[in-house]
Write a protein that binds this ligand. Structure first.
Ligand SMILES: [Zn+2]
Ligand SMILES: [Zn+2]
Length: 489
């Protein structure tokens, strides 16, 4: 995808307009409902944040729920429910309130806390709103107050839209108003193997923003697989492979240990003792200290002969990396290699390299497991992901929702709509109702495949024809059930 060819590149807003529907009843009492409308076919998701008037300060996330369900938690006094649209890839930019680090992920969850990939802070998602998103909320609050003060005829209603759509369509060099917010690509993108969530972070290692699992082992597995492949295809020699794989293991493990030092309160002396950890030597103080201080045991479950093999290979790495492969006294004394002769060149074979990679991965997994017993992950996204995998991933959820829509019949499809989407993404929004309390749509291509071309074209004609106009008239009602209206007497 073009967006991902560069680090730190702006990703446009999805172009969905936040709407405010203002109604004036026969007695002159006004009420308002907030919604969102998107007229483009690209990915978008929407979340709800309660903002405090008059300045639009975010105070809480809320779960939008399904048709007829009230927002959860209920509206706090003095607040209105603002709806925010994602970036044009359906993801969210976030900024950590503690360390200031910026990251993206696929969620702004209302029902479980979010984790900062960099410092590990775990708190409500709205706390991670970026300054630009906060600027938008302030603008929304200002617009709401202005519109509410404007005169209305009794028994009428009207809809105001914060026009993001035309801002997105502007040329890139045209200045955009302060309330416009976009997001920015980072450097490492991955789907967390524990909860399936997308993450886009600066650097290589980080906590998953959804479940809080650190990605070191996932990244290490990728790197070790690359090393294996280049060994198998004879692009690199066994000697080089030993050095590369130990380095990768060392970097991933050291980063985890650094996190422990950073996050667990300890005396300065202990901090100092942990400041020079090396994972390329199993005999080093590192392994002993990790065991003593944190009950963290990289060699757990590894047989003695394998542990001896690891020690031998780590000594060999030292020779390859620091002595051009020539056997020295240190190697003879420390490796336990009885055939070694000082001054000879040390030769490596492929089997040893593969065996080492397998054992490094086992040690890393031990560290990871122990680490996450101390720094515990958020359970909800992990168990939700497991459950989804059991059901056969997204596909079956989508198919089941489609079956519901099919069963309802084409004429009733509109009743399934839960947002005022001219977006033609109705059922996709429905898919996500149960997922963390925000709505997510999926790209047209996947939808078309699932629904069949004919149905897609019919919907398209609907969306662009009379239906669109009809929906515009009452879209906020459709979006937010009346009990979610804010009544201002
Ligand atoms: Zn942080
Ligand atoms: Zn995760």
């Amino acid at each position: 995808m073009a967006y991902y060819e560069q680090d730190f590149k702006e990703i446009a807003h999805c172009g969905a307009n936040t709407t405010i529907n203002i109604a004036c009843d026969d007695e002159g009492r006004k009420s308002a409902a907030f919604g969102i409308v998107s007229r483009s076919a690209g990915p978008m998701s929407a979340v709800g944040v309660y903002i405090l008037l008059p300045h639009g300060i975010p105070v809480s996330d809320f779960k939008m729920g399904g048709i007829g369900q009230p927002f959860d938690p209920p509206l706090p006094e003095g607040c209105v429910p603002a709806i925010l649209g994602s970036d044009s890839l359906g993801c969210w930019g976030h900024q950590c309130p503690q360390c200031g680090g910026y990251f993206r992920n696929g969620h702004h969850a209302a029902i479980y806390p979010q984790t900062c990939p960099y410092c590990g802070l775990r708190t409500a998602a709205f706390q991670f709103l970026t300054p630009a998103q906060r600027g938008f909320l302030a603008h929304l609050a200002g617009t709401f107050e202005e519109e509410l003060a404007a005169p209305d005829v009794k028994g009428t209603e009207r809809q105001v839209e914060i026009d993001m759509e035309s801002l997105v369509k502007q040329a890139a060099d045209e200045p955009k108003p302060d309330f416009y917010y976009a997001s920015q690509t980072q450097q490492t993108r991955y789907n967390c193997e524990h909860c399936g969530e997308f993450n886009d972070i600066r650097g290589l290692y980080g906590y998953c923003a959804a479940c809080g699992w650190r990605n070191n082992i996932q990244m290490l597995a990728v790197r070790l697989e690359e090393i294996r492949q280049s060994l198998n295809s004879a692009q690199s020699q066994s000697e080089a492979t030993v050095g590369q794989s130990v380095s990768a293991f060392d970097a991933a493990s050291r980063d985890l240990a650094k996190q422990l030092v950073r996050r667990i309160p300890m005396k300065p002396a202990r901090k100092e003792a942990l400041s020079r950890l090396v994972f390329h030597d199993v005999e080093s103080e590192t392994f002993k200290r990790l065991k003593d201080f944190f009950d963290l045991n990289p060699l757990k479950g590894i047989a003695d002969k394998d542990a001896r093999f690891i020690r031998l290979m780590m000594e060999r790495r030292h020779v390859y990396e620091h002595n051009a492969g020539v056997i020295d006294r240190r190697y003879i004394e420390r490796s336990g290699d009885e055939e070694a002769v000082e001054g000879n060149l040390l030769r490596e074979n492929r089997e040893n390299a593969h065996r080492l990679i397998g054992l490094l991965m086992r040690m890393a997994s031990n560290i990871d497991k122990d680490f996450h017993e101390i720094v515990t992950p958020t359970e909800w996204p992990i168990s939700y992901f497991k459950e989804r995998q059991k059901r056969g991933r997204h596909g079956s959820v989508l198919k089941r929702t489609l079956r519901v829509i099919h069963a309802a019949g084409a004429a009733n499809v509109r009743k399934v709509r839960i947002l005022p989407v001219h977006h033609r993404l109705d059922f996709a929004h429905a898919v996500n109702v149960s997922n963390a309390g925000c709505y997510r749509s999926i790209p047209a291509s996947r939808r078309t495949a699932a629904m069949g071309r004919e149905r897609h074209q019919r919907r398209r004609a609907d969306a662009e024809g009379p239906l669109r106009r009809r929906m515009t008239a009452s879209s906020s009602e459709r979006c937010l059930p009346s009990r979610n209206r804010v009544v201002i007497v």
